[in-house]
Design a protein around this ligand. Structure first.
Ligand code: ADP
Length: 201
């Protein structure tokens, strides 16, 4: 069986940076955000089910999900949000399963931003690694990466589980409150650990 490490963390904590370092070392990285984008790109498998559920007004002329229109629909409508997630989440999980099973690497790093929030992944991962940093650093990184305001960054963070709850779900904590060199050292050490665990799994 493929050994799968679930990698999670709040927005801007450094999940993508950590995943890139694991990939450099030879792990297979399966990214659920990337899968979600592919499913909702022009010709993506989620487009027709979304069109049936929400109408053509949430699809752009070139056949992608119109994210801004969809955000407006689900913003004040919890039922619409649940309906969208009922379409997308099973498709994302199925594709993540396919990619994990097809991976030709000693182990898989499955990046799931909302791993702690969403359930559904507990049975899929043998290990949970949480990328952690102080919230002020998260805000600063999100602002410099995406140009969002501090308020927008904090609003996204407020919709995610808090730091303590995420840490409580961790088997391994990656402290990304410092320099990238420190992140690299921790990923190197975990990689060796995961290779050993994968060899006996
Ligand atoms: P996530 O995937 O968790 O949202 P990213 O890996 O994209 O977070 O990191 C957010 C931003 O912070 C990116 O621009 C990234 O390059 C930067 N970053 C990540 N870790 C560090 C670090 N240790 N020092 C400086 N910048 C970092």
């Amino acid at each position: 069986m493929t050994f799968i490490v679930g990698l999670t963390g709040g927005i801007g904590s450094g999940k993508s940076a950590a995943a890139a370092l694991f990939a450099e070392l030879g792990a297979a990285v399966v990214d659920t955000d990337a899968i979600a984008h592919e499913l909702t790109a022009p010709g993506g498998a989620a487009i027709e089910p979304i069109r049936s559920a929400f109408g053509a007004e949430v699809i752009t002329p070139n056949g992608a999900l119109d994210r801004a229109a969809m955000r407006r629909r689900v913003f004040a409508d919890a039922q619409a949000k649940a309906r969208l997630e009922a379409i997308l989440h099973p498709m994302i999980r199925a594709e993540a399963d396919r990619r994990s099973a097809a991976a030709r690497a000693p182990y898989v790093v499955l990046v799931v931003p909302l791993l702690v929030e969403s359930g559904g992944y507990g049975s899929r991962v043998q290990r949970v690694a949480v990328v952690d940093c102080p919230e002020d650093i998260q805000v600063a990184r999100v602002m410099s990466r995406s140009g969002l305001s501090a308020e927008e960054a904090r609003a996204i963070m407020a919709a995610q589980v808090g730091r303590e709850q995420r840490l409580a779900a961790a088997d391994d904590v990656i402290d990304n409150g410092g320099e990238l060199a420190g992140l690299r050292r921790q990923v190197d050490a975990l990689h060796r650990h995961y290779l050993e665990m994968a060899a006996v799994s």
